[in-house]
Design a protein around this ligand. Structure first.
Ligand code: GLN
Ligand code: ZN
Length: 764
């Protein structure tokens, strides 16, 4: 019999219970017992949901009070010295110090988990790192699940993924693979204990098998699982891979002495054939057919066919049905969406609905399709309506997208010519100053928006309040003597949502939260249909702002790749097509801004780097359409109109050529935290256009003295041309207060003025 299984359930609670419990605990408003009680309740609720859905393997230890990689650090005793761990069981206090910092030391580093928008705590390893079992969490949760008669399958991040995703202690250089023996000793201890507690299966996540792996990691993988198989021969290990296909790691994965292997057949459906060709006779195959990280309803018929293919080859006792990856990245319950219309809802499935899909697919394979007749009919109907609905398919947009000509990616003249034209038109000084867009989002602004949304503040009053805010920001910037002004983005809630709400083809949920990190959750828009821009989105605000001043006012837009990367994207057409459609919509806005007399337009693209595919072999194709989509959005303007783009912290080294190809007249980037180190990429590559390397860090309320900014700018002058450099902060100011913003911007303008005097150009 084929079994219905899951790899992980979202931990945050359908009403964001975990966030509330964590934040009130951190503020000291509630006790540790209160927090733990919330955890217990959430786990029980999620287990019961999965049990009720009919699942035979239900994950435990997928829950976390912060992050599952941090849980692994405590399990293995990988605690950096500065947290003054006493070497016993890691306490919740130490756990949160590592996650968030404490009075004495900062938090551990955080970075994106593969190509998701989830951020994990990066384990820090030192040379000769010791490993020691230092947490009972996994055992406690397994016991808890057993006590509730849950067929629980404990989940662990596997040793190779743990090591590969960790970083080395600053200043040390050694191979993380050399630590595998030590780490595996603790894994073995954990597995033995789980076995003695009655665990039949344990899930070990090794998503690093979806990456380009060096041979030494492949060898470490073989060593690790051989040691485990030898030490705990009777415990069944389900080795899970996800986020992409195994490709050149397939043989390694198939050769491991484990009881089961899980494949992501959403991201890489074709790998099923390949795996089945040589699938070892001693293994179970877990087929990931329900998308664990998107929100689309499963086309059950297709999934059933896929599972049947596996069953035909392996027999029904050797196949598990599963989501493609843990559902951590999916919202929880579609039933809680009261504002989405029935048709749209009919195309979606959140975690709870995905459980039912897994169960239905399993049942159909075991008992025949007639056993789920009605469910299947509903699935067929949803698939058919998604194929044909005029709400999804807009022929005008499709035709326009298909008709994109290469000339539409090209500005009228090359930058070398545009530069002079723009300088003549804008008459800016050397080292022109500007900001990244947003000004402090004060409580009054947020309250006005909330009141307008709930209906207690009329649209006219809301608009008046925002205009007042804009006027304040404009007056302030004139006073501060900033050269290129912004309107401050007071009217925007979020840089993607604001545009999504005005574009066709987007929908928004009320409760579709997914964990970004710790207690921070995001509610990504859903791009469900062909995208177009029915009416101008920002022109009214930008024109108003421009009418207040003679200085150039930057129009502010979010770019197509960022909108794409921070949304749930439709799965019925290539991402490239969706990106191009958004590019066209933004292009329309750019054209209208220009028509309205806006001469400087910034198109933010902080997400370009994070959109990179996991495998290098796929980078070029992605970068081609990503760059083209940006150019499509920007290239329609006259030479005199200056296009800016902004990217936050990003390693540019390996993609700098593509950043250059975006051909923005000016790019602002985050460089202050790395002391301008990030500029190196631009220098080696000889970036031809203008650059604003952020001279101060907006992520902290600290006001850097002018001298500090001078020093950073001096570094920039050493490697860039004077007529290439802009002076600006690292990023938008919306999370800052006015007081520090004013002080820092005043220092920044002073820094630019000093630089003008110091580096006065001979030609001038
Ligand atoms: N223009 C945006 C702002 O200033 C840019 C934000 C970002 O880079 N993430 O807020
Ligand atoms: Zn930024």
């Amino acid at each position: 019999m084929v079994l219905a299984t899951n790899l992980g359930f979202p931990r945050i609670g359908a009403k964001r219970e975990l966030k509330k419990a964590l934040e009130s605990f951190w503020k000291g408003e509630t006790s540790k017992e209160d927090l733990l009680k919330t955890g217990t309740e959430l786990r029980a609720r999620h287990w019961q949901l999965q049990k009720a859905a009919g699942l035979s393997h239900i994950p435990c230890n997928d829950f976390s009070y912060y992050d599952h990689m941090l849980d692994m650090c405590t399990l293995l005793g990988v605690v950096p010295e500065r947290y003054e761990w006493d070497g016993g069981m890691v306490s919740l206090e130490t756990f949160f110090s590592m996650a968030r910092g404490n009075a004495k030391v900062g938090a551990m580093e955080m970075t994106k988990w593969f190509d998701t928008n989830y951020h994990y705590i990066v384990p820090e390893l030192e040379e000769g790192q010791a490993f020691k079992l230092s947490s009972t969490k996994i055992f406690d949760e397994f016991a808890e699940a057993k006590a509730q008669s849950i067929p629980a399958r404990p989940v662990l991040v596997g040793p190779i993924t743990f090591l590969k995703m960790a970083k080395k202690k600053t200043g040390q250089d050694f191979c993380r693979c050399t630590l595998v023996l030590g780490a595996v000793q603790v894994y073995i201890e954990v597995l033995k204990k789980l076995e003695s507690m009655g665990a039949e299966w344990v899930q070990m996540d090794e998503p690093c098998l979806a990456l380009d792996l060096e041979d030494r990691y492949r060898d470490a993988m073989k060593t690790a699982y051989k040691m485990i198989a030898t030490a705990v021969p009777n415990l069944k290990i389900m080795l899970t891979t996800y986020f992409d296909g195994l490709r050149d790691n397939m043989d390694t994965a198939l050769g491991l002495p484990v009881a089961g292997l899980h494949l992501d057949l959403r991201r890489a459906p074709a790998q099923l054939e390949e795996a089945l060709k040589n699938f070892p006779a001693d293994k179970i195959l877990s087929v990931g057919v329900v998308d664990g990280r998107n929100i689309w309803r499963n086309d059950l018929r297709t999934s059933i066919e896929t599972v049947k293919k596996a069953v035909a080859k392996l027999g029904s006792d050797r196949v598990f049905v599963a989501p493609s990856c843990a559902m951590l990245h999916s919202p929880i319950d579609l039933d809680n969406e009261k504002k989405l219309d029935a048709e749209l809802k009919g195309w979606l499935a959140f975690a709870k609905q995905k459980l039912a899909e897994i169960a239905a697919i399993t049942k159909a394979v075991n008992e025949g399709e007639s056993a789920i007749k009605d469910i299947l009919a509903a699935s067929d109907a949803a698939a058919a309506s998604r194929k044909a609905s005029p709400r999804i398919h807009n022929n005008a947009v499709k035709t326009r997208t298909a008709d994109i000509k290469p000339a539409m990616f090209e500005r009228a003249s090359p930058f070398s010519k545009r530069k002079g034209v723009q300088h003549a038109a804008l008459k800016l000084p050397d080292f022109p100053t500007t900001t990244i867009g947003s000004f402090p989002q004060t409580t009054e602004i947020r309250e006005a928006r909330a009141a307008n949304k709930s209906g207690t503040l009329s649209d006219a009053d809301y608009e008046a309040a925002m205009k007042k805010e804009i006027e304040l920001v404009v007056r302030y910037q004139e006073e501060a003597d900033i050269d290129v002004l912004v309107h401050g983005e007071a009217e925007r809630n979020d840089m993607v949502e604001y545009f999504g709400e005005q574009l066709s083809g987007f929908a928004f949920t009320q409760n579709g939260w997914v964990q970004s990190y710790g207690s921070r959750y995001v509610k990504p828009p859903i791009i469900f249909g062909d995208v177009s821009r029915p009416t101008p989105m920002t022109v009214k605000w930008s024109s108003f702002a421009q009418s207040l001043t003679k200085r150039p006012m930057k129009g502010m837009l979010t770019g197509p790749i960022t909108i794409l990367c921070w949304s749930f994207v439709r799965d019925d057409q290539p991402r490239e097509t969706t990106a191009k459609q958004i590019g066209l919509a933004i292009r329309d806005e750019v054209a209208d801004l220009e028509k309205a007399g806006i001469t400087v337009i910034q198109i933010d693209e902080p997400a370009v780097r994070e959109g990179l595919p996991l495998r290098r072999a796929d980078w070029q194709a992605y970068l081609r359409w990503a760059v083209d989509s940006f150019r499509l959005s920007a290239a329609c303007v006259k030479d005199t109109t200056q296009i800016h783009t902004h990217m936050c912290y990003a390693e540019f080294n390996d993609i700098i050529g593509s950043i250059g190809e975006m051909d923005a007249d000016v790019i602002s980037i985050e460089t202050s935290r790395s002391q301008m180190e990030l500029l190196e990429a631009f220098v080696t590559y000889k970036y031809p256009n203008e650059i604003g390397p952020g001279v101060y860090d907006i992520h902290s309320p600290r006001v850097p003295p002018t001298e500090e900014m001078d020093a950073l700018l001096d570094k920039a002058v050493k490697v860039l041309n004077v007529d290439q450099i802009w002076v600006n902060p690292d990023c938008g100011l919306k999370t800052r207060g006015w007081k520090e913003t004013k002080a820092a911007l005043e220092n920044m303008v002073e820094c630019a003025k000093r630089a003008r005097a110091k580096y006065a150009r001979k030609a001038a």
